[in-house]
Ligand binder design. Structure first.
Ligand SMILES: C[S@@+](CC[C@H](N)C(=O)[O-])C[C@H]1O[C@@H](n2cnc3c(N)ncnc32)[C@H](O)[C@@H]1O
Length: 213
């Protein structure tokens, strides 16, 4: 079943697409080391949820077949440009991660970075990822998450939530993605919590890791 419940924003969509493209070098500076580790030895076919402007293609081997679950049509142009630049065979599916039209147990590797903050129903999206993964299939992630209670970061996340949510088209500064992953029923979950210091203060608390079905 094809589904795209995503509300495309004709003003913010192109702005965000341009910004993610512009920031991809800086994102590589911030996340490159951990992403290279997470994407190491990925198979020939990769499914990515919310690839945006294609920030993760630089970590994929040339010739990789990437199935991009990207409901935001304003990202597609830059996604295609990145695919050309990095020699990736791209298939875009304009659907949401909560409703993936791939068969059960059909995929070896799913990736997702800075996306669970934005999907409307992250528990459903994680359940879909688990559903499409083959037994022993791997899900790799880097996400910004809810700060620890009673910290300055928590205060800043709550204070900036509304404008941030508006500008970044539904991004929640304070989502507890760690708990969602822990209760998703993966056979193994290796998850690291850390602070990624950058001028983007609300997204300093982050998690990264690998879950196996
Ligand atoms: C902050 S951007 C991150 C883009 C990219 N993954 C990166 O690391 O640069 C969030 C992305 O998630 C996508 N997104 C939002 N809601 C989604 C959903 N329900 N299913 C799949 N992707 C979604 C957005 O369109 C956007 O491309």
């Amino acid at each position: 079943m094809m589904s795209n419940d995503f509300k495309n924003n004709t003003i913010l969509g192109p702005i965000n697409s341009w910004m993610f493209k512009m920031l991809s070098g800086y994102m590589d500076y911030l996340f490159g080391k951990s992403k290279r580790e997470l994407f190491k030895n990925h198979p020939e076919k990769v499914v990515e949820i919310g690839p945006g402007a294609g920030a993760n293609m630089r970590y994929l081997a040339k010739g990789t077949k990437l199935i991009a679950i990207e409901p935001n049509i304003h990202m597609h142009k830059n996604l295609k440009k990145s695919a050309k630049k990095y020699g990736i065979t791209l298939e875009i599916k304009t659907i949401v991660g909560e409703s993936i039209d791939l068969p059960d147990n059909s995929v070896d590797f799913v990736a997702c970075t800075l996306v669970m903050c934005s999907v409307s129903d992250p528990a459903k999206c994680i359940a879909q990822i688990k559903r499409i993964l083959k037994p022993s299939g791997v899900f790799v992630f880097v996400e910004h998450v809810k700060a620890r209670k009673n910290t300055l970061l928590e205060l800043i996340q709550n204070a900036t939530h509304k404008p941030w949510h508006w500008f970044f088209e539904g991004c929640n500064t304070n989502r507890d993605t760690k708990s969602l992953l822990e209760s998703a029923g993966f056979s193994s979950l290796v998850l690291e919590e850390y602070n990624s210091y950058s001028p983007f203060i609300p997204i300093i608390p982050q998690i990264r890791g690998r879950a196996m079905k």
